[in-house]
Design a protein around this ligand. Structure first.
Ligand SMILES: [Zn+2]
Length: 134
């Protein structure tokens, strides 16, 4: 499972660099890995808590072949369905909506908020960005 997580981090990092092509493939690979990890038999004995996720993350980074995850300051979460509209803005460290979000620049995050995309109530991306709703 460490290998799966390392693969997930590598895929995430490639996406974080915002390549011009292949983002759809990278995103579906990321979702696939996310599901594989989430449904791993290991979690039958140990519940998959936020703590367990972050332990796994640290182990994957430290293990041979691991690489640190790129710092992502902001993320935009997209809806499901054909039209994948942005639905929520998160800080990079927020664990909500991970599987369906993409790294965003500060400008993209601010723009999304000013266009009416909701800010996450958990990480309060809007206050971090200095864009608070009136
Ligand atoms: Zn959030």
């Amino acid at each position: 499972m460490i290998k799966l997580k390392q693969q997930q981090i590598r895929t995430f990092n490639r996406l974080a660099l915002r390549p011009a092509t292949g983002t759809a493939e990278l995103r579906s690979e990321l979702t696939r890995l996310f599901c594989l990890i989430g449904s791993h038999p290991h979690w039958r004995c140990e519940p998959l808590t936020g703590r367990a996720r972050s332990d796994l993350h640290h182990q994957a980074v430290a293990a041979p072949g691991g690489e640190p995850e790129l710092e992502v300051e902001w993320r935009i979460q997209y809806g499901i369905g054909a039209v994948r509209r942005p639905v929520m803005v998160h800080t990079g460290g927020c664990s909500m909506g991970m599987a369906r979000s993409r790294p965003a620049s500060r400008e993209q995050a601010v723009q999304a908020l000013t266009q009416g995309v909701e800010a996450c109530a958990i990480c309060r991306a809007d206050s971090g960005l200095g864009v608070l709703e009136a």
